[in-house]
Design a protein around this ligand. Structure first.
Ligand code: ATP
Ligand code: MG
Length: 592
């Protein structure tokens, strides 16, 4: 801006100087011309004044001399006296000094070439000379000579000097402008620095802007070097601590029970911990550096890893895959997620965990709920049906109504027992099943058992025998729970023994434990099912069992209860011959 204004002012100044120069030259020239004209004019008048008396006196030679002298003095190129008829009377311009001589005939005056009168190079003047006999014309012509400095050469020289001056000015301007641009660029960079810009590339200015720009760039590059140095030192410091952390992390990852594999974007395994190698049935050393696809066969998992590695998938993906029985079976849950951090080469982390147990538990819970609802539905339906019938019958058939009430009563008891059993089972599974320990008098317990089942046995025509030792040891435990377990064993024996059979409860005891055998002559249990019958809701696949009500919870609960007391229940059985359930339970004599 400054430079441009400067240049404009300089140009105007220069133009003014040039214009002034030209004007001066022209006016000087005009002045010189005017002066010459005046001189010619006065010389002409002087000559006329001198010539007229001389001509009157007929002294023509004196006129001739006068003109000659005048020509010389006045530097005329033409100085002649011409008669009215074009006769040359006298001519002072050399070399032709014509004089009218008597007898030689009149000499003719050469006409003035056309255009000469208007030629600015000459000053022409003509004066009338009057004598008594004739009229003549004095013609004067003089070349205009200008002062030297007013000449065109000088003018051109002046113009050239002006042009040279202008060019010099232009060069100075260009140089100045470049300098100024450099300074401007540096100013801009400084403002950027103030705004927080720190990258050297953004702060450097073009080297074309001159030495200031070069100096600035050097400053910036030195600053950048310093910055890098500081950053390097800092990085070294952090790396030092990071190195330790890395080692610790590596140990921690190795110790994980979850499998962990880190894969780079070319699907190469960068790291695999021991658990991962076990889950993927590979050698850890063989995994690192090899493609993950060699170890992962599951297409969904492969796809997920590929997606994350290529960057098309940015979220975490969970895939569950069932392992073939040959590979150890079970269910593996794989979690694939991206890791995009500056200083790691890996881009995918795959976490693998064995969820087989979880799946089994889930399935068990689901089937428990399904079976439980199913079991609850039967007594509930019965209750509803009999209530409806009782209402319908009303007072009209008291016997029928009594039967209905009887069924309702027994079904609600059954319902109560199932719910109680289910509650106990879920408590046992949740680990919140509590035993309320107290002193248990085994004699009374077996006596109650006999009373409880006498009617049922009699009803079914089954002989129920109790073989007890004369003395039973004192015992400590949860009376109700032990009764519950024994109830189920004796109840089963009576349930699964057809009419005419027998059930024997044989008790053997020493101070430390009590062994109760419940022996029946019933339908028996197939060898394959002797363990399965202890599972929740399991009932033998025997057709005869289907006709007998039951939920399949009794034995599971009985075994858990006895086990909680430190004992166990086992079974020996033969199909169609009978079964013997043996319950061993410590008396916990010390405690007792
Ligand atoms: P509940 O839950 O009402 O006791 P449940 O008797 O069917 O029903 P469990 O006591 O757990 O259930 O018995 C499981 C299964 O074992 C029975 O369904 C039956 O098939 C078989 N079982 C049990 N005791 C005997 C036995 N003494 N003789 C033959 N089979 C038996
Ligand atoms: Mg039972």
């Amino acid at each position: 801006m400054v430079a441009s204004t400067g240049l404009a002012v300089a140009a105007i100044l220069l133009m003014a100087i040039a214009g002034g120069g030209a004007w001066t030259i022209l006016s000087q020239r005009q002045l010189a011309r005017d002066e010459l004209s005046a001189r010619v004019e006065s010389a002409g008048r002087l000559l006329v004044a001198s010539v007229e008396p001389l001509l009157g006196a007929g002294n023509e030679s004196a006129v001739k001399m006068l003109l000659l002298n005048a020509t010389k003095e006045g530097e005329f190129r033409r100085c002649r006296l011409v008669g009215e008829d074009g006769e040359l009377v006298a001519d002072g311009a050399p070399p032709k000094v014509a004089v009218r001589t008597k007898g030689s005939g009149p000499a003719r005056a050469e006409p003035i070439p056309p255009g000469e009168l208007s030629d600015p190079r000459y000053i022409n003047a003509s004066f009338e000379v009057v004598t008594r006999s004739e009229k003549m014309k004095l013609e004067l012509s003089r070349e205009v000579v200008y002062p030297r400095w007013a000449g065109w050469e000088a003018q051109t020289g002046l113009g050239a000097a002006g042009a040279a001056g202008f060019i010099a000015l232009l060069l100075v301007y260009r140089r100045l402008k470049r300098r100024l641009r450099g300074v401007g660029a540096i100013g801009e960079a400084l403002r950027a620095l103030q705004r927080g810009e720190s990258s050297a590339a953004a702060l450097e200015v073009s080297g074309r802007f001159g030495p200031e720009a070069a100096a600035w760039n050097q400053l910036i590059s030195e600053r950048e070097q310093l910055r890098k140095q500081v950053a390097g030192e800092r990085a070294k410091e952090t790396l030092g601590t990071r190195g330790d952390v890395k080692a610790d992390l590596a140990y921690a990852c190795d110790a994980l029970w979850q499998g962990m594999v880190m894969v780079d974007d070319r699907l190469m395994v960068r790291y695999a911990n021991g658990a991962a190698a076990i889950f993927l049935r590979a050698k850890r050393e063989a995994m690192v550096g090899a493609s993950i696809e060699e170890f992962v066969k599951d297409p969904a998992l492969r796809e997920a890893i590929r997606g994350v590695a290529s960057g098309t998938v940015r979220h975490r993906t969970t895939i569950e895959m069932k392992r073939a029985e040959a590979e150890g079976g079970g269910v593996l849950r794989c979690n694939v997620r991206p890791v995009r951090k500056e200083d790691t080469t890996a881009s995918v982390v795959v976490m693998i965990e064995d969820v087989t147990q979880q799946r089994v538990a889930d399935e068990a819970r689901n089937s428990f709920v399904a079976q439980a609802t199913h079991e609850l539905r039967t007594p509930l339906t019965n209750i509803r049906l009999y209530v409806e019938q009782a209402i319908e019958v009303g007072d009209s058939d008291p016997a029928m109504r009594a039967k209905c009430l009887d069924v309702i009563n027994s079904e609600s008891r059954r319902l109560e027992r199932i719910v109680g059993d289910m509650l106990s089972v879920s408590e046992i599974e949740a680990g919140s099943f509590k035993l309320r320990a107290s002193d248990v008098r085994l004699e009374t317990l077996f006596e109650d058992l006999r009373v409880d089942f006498a009617a049922t046995a009699k009803e079914k025509g089954i002989e129920l025998r109790f073989e007890l030792p004369p003395k039973l040891p004192p015992m400590r435990g949860d009376r109700d729970k032990i009764t519950l377990a024994l109830h189920n064993l004796v109840g089963n024996a009576l349930k699964y023994t057809p009419e005419g059979g027998s059930v024997t409860v044989k008790v053997e005891a020493d101070p430390s434990s009590v062994v109760v055998e419940v022996i029946d002559t019933g339908i028996g249990i197939s060898a394959e099912e002797t363990e399965l019958i202890f599972e929740k809701f399991y009932r033998a696949k025997d057709k005869r069992v289907d006709g007998i009500t039951g939920t399949g919870l009794g034995l599971a609960l009985a075994r858990e209860v006895v086990r909680l007391h430190g004992g166990d229940i086992s079974v020996r059985s033969e199909l169609n011959k009978g079964s013997t359930f043996t319950m061993t339970i410590p008396t916990m004599a010390e405690a007792a």
